[in-house]
Write a new protein. Sequence first.
Length: 293
Amino acid sequence: MITDSDIARYHETGYLVVPDVIAPDLLARLRDALGALVADAACVSEHTDVYDLEPGHTPQNPKVRRIKLPHSHTPVFWELAQYPRMVGILEKLLGPSGVRLQSSKINLKSPHYGSPVEWHQDWAFYPHTNDDMLAVGVMLDDAFMENGPLMVVPGSHKGPAWDHHSDGYFCGAMDPTRKDVDFESAVPLIGKAGSMSFHHVRLVHGSAQNVSDKPRRLLLYEFSAGDAFPLMGIKDWEQYNRHLVSGTPTNTPRIVPAPVRMPLPPSPRQGSIYENQSTAQNKYFSHREPVKV
Ligand SMILES: O=C(O)CCC(=O)C(=O)O
């Protein structure tokens, strides 16, 4: 589904948007599964292994901002992680050593509500032995300027590993007052539901609050080349290899001289990126009070 010039553009800018990757029936099944998960959040009153809740969530009025690791508990999200059209693109962007699913999440931005995500590089959270890694943003809704689409700073994946610490602890966000990159040059990754974006693990990105009356539900998969090994270590070798969606297991990491800062000492609020970033001293995106609807 992508051409040689798409691949060259991805390497140059650090991102790519590919329209119409998901067939309509599969998109409908993904949305149904997500709807059921959100409805079940009525049974919880605090963050769990599955749910990260918006401030103001109540069982009567469930407000979910993240579903954690959907591929591990809901089969259709594991099915999509192995979707041949997507894996074909990943093989072209990540190189010949295979493709490993590292993690997944669904970030939900409710109309007039959904939380912003501060500028960061995914690489700051999980440095590896090489940086042939990316995140796929699966648009479960149309993504447009007002509903808080992913914003990326083109070319920033070729720069340093920026500091994501606040008060000496990892906080998962860059300090906007340091102006490490030109945040004003960021571009939105917009498209119709069923499109996918691909952004390099070192690309600086973030997203604003949803100020529209439409939801923005974005399923994110993080993938690495088969020979990129996490510097923080591997907890479960069997599972690590089960997550290869292309290629065969190897115990030989490829090591390249990429800039690295470890996410240590850990955040005093470990958990989702929202929890981590709540400890950042300076924020770029406005965290406005939600509009009452
Ligand atoms: O949901 C978003 O807009 C951004 C999410 C993101 O960058 C992340 O969770 O790492």
